[in-house]
Every structure is written in C-alpha cells, then in structure tokens.
Design a protein around this ligand. Structure first.
Ligand code: 9MR
Length: 654
C-alpha cells in the first residue's frame, strides 16, 4: 500500500502547491486577522479557538499531541503558526527516510532532517524520528546489494543516522511496517528480511540502542489498530523480541483510517501491548473521505472517529501521545496517494478547525477537568428485616455524562445499583461507614461518606481492637493477630479483611501473615462477624517499604539540557557492591520543584518531589562493578537544582 512511489510523491507535492494556491484567499484572510490581533497586543496569533491540543494532552497524564511536517512547509507561516500553537511533538514526514539520508552508499545527508529538528527545538517540541529500516523510500542500491552485505549496510545506516540526531530524538521508528496485509500477516519480504530473516528487527533495535541509548525505540505499522491477524502477528513479534532482550520500547499504531470505519477494540488492543511493558502511541492519525467534498454528517462522523481514537489512547496508561499525519487537509499525503480522496485531518484546506478538532478538544478536556459532586444523604438508620431504598444523586460539571455508582462499607444485606440506588434488607445490627462513588465516562469521580446504623436485630455488638498503623519491609515475613470482642457470650467470630498489602492474607481466626512483595501504603479494614451476622471492623494503614536488595551503589546525576520549564538529566547507577543488582528502583528527592515526565529507559513515578525511576526490561541487571546510564525528561517552574542523595532498592547509595 505504501511502496516507494517517487512519481506519486512528485504529484503529491505539486498537488499540495496547487491546493495551497487555491486556498490563497482564505489564507490571506487568516493572516490579516492575525495581523489585526497582533496590533491589538496579542503576541501569539490565536489560529484555532480554545485550549491547544498540546496543553490538553499534557493535562492528561503528560501525554503529547503531535503532527508530522515536511521540510517544504517550514517557511509557510500559516502552517507553522498553527503547528506550533497546537502540537508539541513533531515527526519529519520524509526527511529522515533512507532515500534522503543515504541516497547512495556512504553518502549521507542529514541536513533536511536537522532543519526539522531545529524547528522543533525552537518551538519547544520534541521529535519522533522516523524512520530507519523500511521497505519503502529505500534507494535501489540497498535492494541491489548481495545479500551478505545487507546486514552491514543496515547497521552502518542505523549507526550513522542515529548518531547524527543523537540526543534529539524522543523516539525512533526503528523498523517501519514489517508486515504484509495478507491473511496470515506474513513478514514483508524486503531486502532486510530476505538477507537476514526476521532477526533483522532485533539487530536493528540493538544497533540503534547502541548509538543512542536514551531514545525510545519503536516498531511502527498500519492496520494493527484493532484486533486482527496483523496486530496478532505484531503482538507475537513484540513478545519474542522482549523475550530475547531486544531493546524495544514501544509500538506505533499509525491509524490511517477511513471515515466511519474506525476499527473497534483499539483500546483493548493497545492495552495488550502495554501489558507487555511497552509504550504505545498513535503515530500517524488521519481519517479520510473516499469521496469529496464531505457532507456535514460526514464531518460529524469524522469528529467521532478522531475522538474515539484519542479516547482509546487516553484509556491506556502507557499510551504516551497521539500524532496527526499532517497539520491540515492541505498538506495531507492522502490526495496524492488516493485520487479523489482526502479531507483527512482536523483542519481544512485553509487550516480552519473542523468538527474533529472540537471533538478532540472535548475528548481531552473532558477527561482533564470534569468535576463530579455527590450529594451527601447524611447519617442514615435502618432496621433489621425492614427493606431499605435510598436513591443517591450527583451532578457533573460536563453535560451529557452518565454516572456509574459504587459503594464500600454498606450494611450487610444492602447493595448499590450502577444508577445509585441502595436497596435490600439489613440482616444485622451494625454501624457502617459507607462511602459512595459516582464515576463519569471520562473517569472523573466524586464521593460522599456517611454512617448507616442498623438497629433492631439480635443486639450483638462486635468490636474489633484497632491494631494501629503498621509497618513492614518487602521480603520480611509479617504476622499480626487481630482480636475482637462480642457483646454476646459464646459467639465464634469469623475475620475477613480488605486492602491487605500484597503478599499478606488473613485467616478466619484473624491471623494476618505472609511476606510483603511490594512497597506501598495500604488502607486495611478488618471485619469480624459473629454467628448472628453482627459485624464490627477496624481500619488502619500498613506501610511496606522497599527491601534491602540494592547492595552498595553510587549515583551520578547530570543535567544535560534545560529550556524554559523543561530539562533533561542523566543518571549513572554504579553497582559498587560484590553481587549483581537484578532489577532496580532508583529513588531521590528533588530539592526544587521538578517533576519527571518521561524516563527514557524504564518507568517512573512522582510523589510530591520524591521521584522513582525503575528499570526497563533490558537494563535491569547491573553486574557488580558495572554501571548503567539512564536519562529522563522533566518539568520545573523555578528551581532545577540537582538532587544529591539517592537510594537503590531502598538502600542509600554512597
Ligand atoms: O507522508 C509521507 C508522504 O509524503 C510520502 O509520499 C509517503 C511515501 O511512502 O510516506 C508518507 O508517510 C508514510 C509514513 O512514512 C509511514 N506510514 C505511512 C505514511 C503515509 O504513506
């Protein structure tokens, strides 16, 4: 579908020029509007209304919103102003592909790609570098090589190109479109596969990783967005690469869609890749009309399609961002590749926002900002044996949201429906602390807590002795006997618990035991129930801290670069002990107000100013006497001072 087609490229470029020319009147009008606003003292032209996509995406788990751009647009201010206003990740459309960067053997040209990188840096954008190994836009000299020279040529190409942009690429699409579209999703028999078999992919990843260990390394493909033979083949490939220890960090889901034909199951499909420990990203989103011009109903369907693709990403924690493949319809690849088709982006021929733009803003904004307020019903009472019916209510700051209800701590015999009706017949005397939660379609939620006292039963009162806050350590066995009393004599109490730290269980006689497996603070509630159904409970926290498995260590922290509000830093973790570290969790506290937003080679979390970086699948082992280098990106507002003390797996380093 996307073979190298130089003739088509030429036609496409000419077509783009024609379209821009045809749109000239409207472009001029927009420019005039900008000039007027600038005179009025507004520094940044407001090309599209509302909060920019990049700002909304950042408010959704630090995601990015990107676009591709080709070098010929760098001097088109209509395009660049809109691009810079809305997007904060840039993919070069063509400038880093093999036919540009190494048109003949060992003749390299990294200038067109560097021009795009420079634009991105000047506009505080990061770059998804695209791409290294692809069957298309591949000069014929590569395909003509004797097969015993292909591996050397591929590794040389990767090493030279990755080195050329070292430190400038947030991510690399290392291998692009490795599968055919046939029923069995067979590997594409290009020069690389023919010479090396499927092993070319692991080799390409390793070569790229050696040249720039900080770049996230991706495989990128189309028609893998839903559950199908091709995404299954990609999934098997990803599993196998990870098992081999290949430095694969992410999968790119291109998402070239047709209006009204989004695949279903996109979120679930991306989630299964994320479950392997990979990042996922929507890398080339567009949604084309197969006949033009689009109807109003068609534009609404396109808005739904775009919104659904963005929501699929938002539904997957490890989906790092969405990239649209163009800035607007006028610079999209679609008309050049599919005659008579197009209008595939969120901005029209004149770069005015279409319904899809507003729909994406809503998809992003709603998730970022909804407020759900639950009306507290106040303290309630009931009687054993008498049915209860209590309808809860809540409001949502966003219109049209459906709320789904859950509850904890309900008196025995009562249940809550998803629409917020608490009903049932109480079975035992008790006083319960009930918390009800209403969650809207974006995941925003609100809660209310109240007591619910049930009288009139046997009158038994069960009182659990609160053991108070507990602490423990990963890997060290824990044991706690919980005790309780009953106002009635001769009752046997049966214990249960919720919220126990991972690795611990409670016996029916109230003995909590086991060996904690993870560092966390858990809210534990222990409940004792007697033979009449009367219950009592006690709640307490149980804090498990990391085990001492780090050995001795030394960490060197270096700030690499800093630009307004952002910085990148490098950490070198040296194992100064005598045994290997297998799996590491690096913790430190920022003296300033920094936040880690992206670990280049592993996971991260932030709690206040406390940062935790964890290893990726391929860099978890640090042999005695060795070190590993990791890097990350972060934000700060006023103080970017370096942290000075570090711990590995809970043990302070020297
Ligand atoms: O947008 C690119 C277009 O300018 C080129 O003509 C085309 C050549 O194959 O490649 C386009 O981008 C492709 C991307 O690199 C990989 N996935 C499919 C994209 C659309 O063809």
């Amino acid at each position: 579908m996307w073979q190298s087609r130089p003739a088509r490229d030429t036609a496409r470029t000419a077509g783009r020029a024609r379209r821009l020319f045809a749109a000239g009147a409207a472009v001029t009008a927009t420019t005039a509007a900008i000039a007027t606003m600038a005179t009025g003292g507004i520094a940044q032209a407001a090309l599209a209304p509302g909060t920019p996509l990049k700002t909304l995406a950042a408010a959704n788990g630090n995601r990015y919103f990107g676009s591709d751009m080709t070098g010929d647009l760098l001097n088109n201010t209509t395009v660049t102003q809109l691009q810079a206003q809305q997007f904060n990740m840039l993919t070069p459309g063509n400038e880093m592909k093999w036919d540009t960067t190494q048109p003949s053997q060992t003749t390299f040209n990294f200038t067109p790609g560097q021009n795009i990188v420079n634009y991105a840096v000047a506009h505080n954008e990061r770059v998804r570098c695209h791409n290294l190994v692809w069957h298309s836009q591949l000069p014929s000299w590569v395909s003509s090589l004797p097969s015993n020279q292909v591996q050397g040529a591929m590794e040389n190409h990767i090493t030279n190109e990755v080195n050329a942009y070292k430190g400038e690429c947030y991510a690399w699409d290392v291998v692009n479109e490795p599968f055919n579209d046939d029923a069995n999703a067979t590997p594409r028999a290009d020069a690389f596969f023919n010479a090396m078999g499927i092993g070319y992919i692991a080799d390409a990843l390793k070569t790229a990783h050696a040249a720039d260990p900080a770049a996230k390394l991706y495989i990128n493909d189309y028609n893998i967005e839903g559950m199908n033979a091709k995404s299954n083949a990609m999934f098997s490939l990803a599993q196998s690469l990870l098992q081999q220890g290949a430095p694969l960090n992410g999968i790119g889901f291109e998402s070239h869609f047709i209006e009204g034909q989004n695949p279903s199951g996109m979120q679930a499909n991306m989630q299964r890749f994320a479950n392997l420990g990979l990042d996922v990203a929507v890398t080339e989103l567009d949604d084309r009309f197969t006949s033009l011009p689009p109807s109003n109903a068609g534009l609404q369907q396109q808005a739904t399609d775009f919104s659904n693709a963005v929501k699929a990403c938002l539904g997957v924690t490890r989906c790092v961002g969405v990239t649209q493949w163009a800035i607007g319809d006028a610079d999209s690849w679609v008309p050049g590749a599919f005659s008579g088709q197009g209008a595939a982006t969120m901005f029209d021929q004149s770069y005015n926002p279409k319904p899809a733009f507003t729909a994406v803003q809503t998809a992003l904004g709603a998730t970022a900002g909804n407020t759900v307020t639950v009306t507290n019903p106040g303290a309630r009472t009931g009687t054993v044996g008498t049915p209860v019916s209590l309808q809860l209510s809540a409001t949502d700051s966003a219109a049209g949201q459906t709320l789904t209800w859950t509850a904890t701590g309900l008196p025995a015999g009562l249940a809550i429906s998803s629409s917020g009706l608490i009903s049932g017949t109480p079975t035992a005397n008790s006083t319960s602390n009930v918390t009800v939660t209403a969650t809207d379609g974006t995941g925003a939620s609100g809660t209310a807590s109240f007591t619910f006292t049930i009288n009139g039963g046997t009158g038994n009162t069960v009182t659990v002795t609160n053991p108070g806050a507990r602490t423990g350590t990963v890997g060290t066995a824990a044991s706690l006997q919980v005790s309780a009393t009953d106002s009635a004599a001769g009752q046997t109490l049966t214990f249960s618990a919720t919220g126990l730290p991972a690795g611990l269980t409670i016996s029916s006689s109230g003995l909590i035991s086991g060996t904690p497996t993870a560092a966390a603070t858990s809210n534990v509630t222990v409940t004792a129930r007697d033979g009449t159904g009367a219950t009592g409970s006690a709640s307490f926290t149980w804090t498990i801290s990391g085990g001492n498995t780090g050995g001795t260590c030394h960490v060197t922290y270096t700030r690499n670069s800093e630009w307004p509000g952002n910085f990148t830093a490098q950490v070198v973790i040296a194992n100064t002990g005598t045994s290997a570290i297998n799996g590491w969790s690096l913790t430190f506290t920022f003296p300033g107000d920094q936040k880690v937003t992206n670990n280049f080679n592993g996971g991260f979390s932030m709690s206040g100013e406390n940062a935790t970086l964890t290893n990726a699948s391929y860099n978890g082992t640090i042999p005695a006497g060795s070190s590993i280098t990791d890097g990350f990106q972060g934000t700060f507002t006023s103080n970017d001072a370096s942290p000075t003390s570090f711990s590995v797996n809970g043990t302070a380093c020297s």
